[in-house]
Design a protein around this ligand. Structure first.
Ligand code: GDP
Length: 433
């Protein structure tokens, strides 16, 4: 879905506006100056169209000073979103900070919509007009308190966002790609998330007691923004007491389902556990792309490395198509290799093989190795088509049943020919009478 990023100084009424736009009443928001909340994503719906609204929190001077923080955040918003909404307090007028961010936004190729908040009486309409000088076009007046103007505003927002099919629910075209960071307790999920979040130039902070639970984290890896889904528990370091394992596994499941690609974190310093395999199984079953990240590599010696090799062959053959990355969240070793592995996996997950190429390849394979005869009959494979992507799903039309062994053989050859590194592949057979 297309993404709209909302930016604005603390206290301009941005959060009130966001709550109004997403139709949430209960969340009373404190806009404490100097307090930065995390970026929070919401799924929004207006006139039958869906979009993702990213609330980028207030600006706070950091190590680079206020201007630096503003520029960093505006840049992040532009790179993340299909359109940007700048919120300015009409009762205060454009401040130097507002002007600084407007300068950044004017250089962007993304559409920008300017919103004037706190337009609660007629006197303020002239203050609204004064905001033309930000050079971002017509200021849209709203009163977050009374809800005045928010319907018109949403209409204007939808005009700016790229058109998407009305039934395109969460397919992830446009917004950052969604990653689930999963694995058994203590493998280092929080440590890894903290390590990679640190690269966000410390614009992102955790603040206790914020009214809206930040569920996802936006993280910059290798020059690209990724949405790590359902990481609230990780950042808050919720300890799972014994007896809550069922709950934890439900959580893992829902994170995987919300994501496009899963990073399954495995503790390389210990034998591969049944629980690791269970989590990998969940990813396969959900049909998500997969990257295996072996953490705590700083603890791995030569003996452990050899043992690991045996375990991989014994326990993880099923997912030998997945890329493996060895990292240390502690030292940061090879953490930079995660993003390229994610890209490879997602490219495979999205890949579509043209029907002509697919059938040309299939004819060669079948001529060389025909399906085994069953009940005195030779099943013929008539035609293949890729019915779906995400994950790639193939349908074979045949004149008879194909044995499981032969289907596995075809999948192996399919991967040899077309790759699909990092993605599960599905193959189904339809027998034509
Ligand atoms: P989580 O339960 O998966 O979120 O795991 P944590 O991030 O809480 O990590 C569990 C423990 O492993 C902590 O004591 C971390 O300091 C430690 N840890 C995490 N990553 C590494 C690593 O790469 N190397 C080493 N030696 N320890 C690590």
């Amino acid at each position: 879905t297309p993404t709209l990023a909302v930016v604005g100084r603390p206290n301009v009424g941005k959060s009130t506006l966001v709550n109004r736009l997403i139709g949430r009443r209960e969340a009373v928001v404190q806009d404490v100056p100097g307090v930065t909340r995390d970026r929070i994503s919401y799924d929004a719906l207006w006139n039958g169209r869906r979009f993702t609204l990213v609330d980028t929190g207030g600006w706070e001077p950091d190590a680079t000073g206020l201007q630096g923080a503003v520029a960093a955040q505006a840049e992040l918003a532009m790179r993340t979103a299909d359109a940007v909404m700048l919120v300015v307090d009409a009762s205060v007028g454009a401040t130097a900070t507002d002007e600084a961010v407007a300068r950044v936004l004017r250089r962007s190729d993304r559409p920008v919509i300017l919103v004037a908040t706190k337009v609660d009486d007629d006197r303020l309409t002239s203050d609204t007009a004064a905001l033309w000088r930000l050079g971002l076009g017509e200021p849209h007046p709203v009163s977050g308190l009374h809800g005045r103007g928010s319907g018109d505003l949403l209409d204007a927002v939808l005009d700016l966002l790229p058109e998407t099919p009305r039934d395109d629910v969460g397919a992830g075209s446009g917004g950052p790609r969604r990653v689930a960071l999963v694995g058994k307790p203590n493998v280092g999920k929080s440590s890894l998330l903290n390590k990679v979040s640190g690269e966000l130039r410390s614009v992102v902070h955790d603040v206790a007691g914020t009214t809206v639970d930040p569920v996802d984290s936006l993280v910059e890896l290798d020059g690209e923004i990724w949405r790590f889904v359902d990481t609230a528990g990780l950042r808050k370091r919720v300890r799972t007491a014994s007896g809550t394992e069922f709950y934890a596994s439900l959580r893992t499941q829902s994170a995987i389902e919300a994501a496009e690609v899963a990073v399954v974190l495995i503790d390389a310093s210990e034998p591969i556990a049944e629980q690791d395999q269970r989590v990998i199984g969940m990813v396969e079953e959900a049909g998500r792309a997969l990257v295996l990240v072996f953490n705590k590599w700083d603890l791995v010696d030569e003996d452990r490395r050899l043992a690991m090799k045996r375990e991989l062959e014994r326990d993880l053959v099923r997912v030998r198509w997945a890329e493996r990355v060895n990292v240390s969240a502690l030292t940061g070793r090879s953490v930079a290799k995660i993003a390229p592995a994610l890209r490879t996996a997602l490219a495979s997950w999205d890949q579509r093989i043209p029907t002509g190429r697919l059938n040309g390849w299939l004819a060669d394979v079948i001529a060389a190795t025909p399906p085994p005869v069953r009940g005195g009959k030779q099943p013929k494979v008539l035609f293949a088509t890729q019915a779906q992507t995400r994950p790639p799903t193939f349908v074979l039309f045949t004149t008879g049943f194909l044995e499981a062994g032969y289907r596995r053989f075809l999948e192996r050859r399919l991967r040899e020919e077309f790759g699909f590194t990092g993605s599960p592949v599905r193959l189904s057979v339809r027998v034509r009478e």
